[in-house]
Design a protein around this ligand. Sequence first.
Ligand code: GTP
Ligand code: MG
Length: 293
Amino acid sequence: MTLHRLPRRQIARDLTRIANAPVHEVLGAIGDTNVTPAFRIGVTGPPGGGKSTLINALVAVRLGAGAERTLAVLAIDPSSPVSGGAILGDRIRMDAVADLPGLFIRSLSSRGARNGLCDNIVDLLTLLESHRFDEIILETVGVGQSEIAVNAVVDTMVVIVPPDAGDSVQTMKSGILEMADIIVVTKADQPGARRMAADLAAVPRARSGWTPPIVQTQGNGAGVEQLSAAIDAHRDWLMVHHPETLSQVKRRRYHLRALFDRQVQDLSATDGELARGTLKDDYARVLARLCAR
Ligand SMILES: Nc1nc2c(ncn2[C@@H]2O[C@H](COP(=O)(O)OP(=O)(O)OP(=O)(O)O)[C@@H](O)[C@H]2O)c(=O)[nH]1
Ligand SMILES: [Mg+2]
């Protein structure tokens, strides 16, 4: 596939189709493909924090001069209804880069999902990988549980903190910042950005050989080259210290677990005889129904 001939419409249709599909439909759509893992970058942070603006600028850098990559951006939007077509308009302000060869952008709703993320997120990522994207950027709004779920499916986790995050940083510091591989203070043109960066720098954040760098960025692109370099540095570090990260076995194991989890949850939720007998009876019956699939 050349960079110029991404089947964008087909990819968009397939994503919509499997975003809320039951397991057997997902397997029908992507089960026959053996995929090569893409490098997955998560971008998460509070609503309105500047994630999309940042991704916009980051995409321009990563697909800039001479880059032979293909890159997919998947934004999981907790509020908007599922849309049949591509919604690039105002929620993802990416008009400037939407025409770049090798780029695919899509926004999907997570409404109804259990954790703020799309329940089928691993299926969606695998679908993109079946189209041989080199990199995938996943934008999600940080809403507690969803960061944990995102962290499990990306290789490099970029956590953005806007200067006006104020008190919420106190909470973020302990939880979400712990899982950040790179911390970005967005809107660096605003008062308070430098202070925020200094506050964050004061938080102990070194862990197992990697110290998450703190990068300040602006919507106009300032600092984004630095962020892109930090992403490459983290990727290189992973390759050396955790080469299993991008292994197909690891991805496949996680994907299988996600599929089984969903299937078992569905079967337990729809079991009409639950709690009429013993726990053992229920277990055996749900297992039998699972095996019958
Ligand atoms: N002053 C300033 N404003 C910015 C900057 N980056 C983004 N913004 C503004 O912040 C608002 C939110 O930006 P988005 O990029 O849509 O933020 P988001 O985190 O993707 O928002 P959601 O996806 O809705 O959670 C917009 O009005 C942007 O114009 C910046 O560097 N400086
Ligand atoms: Mg956004």
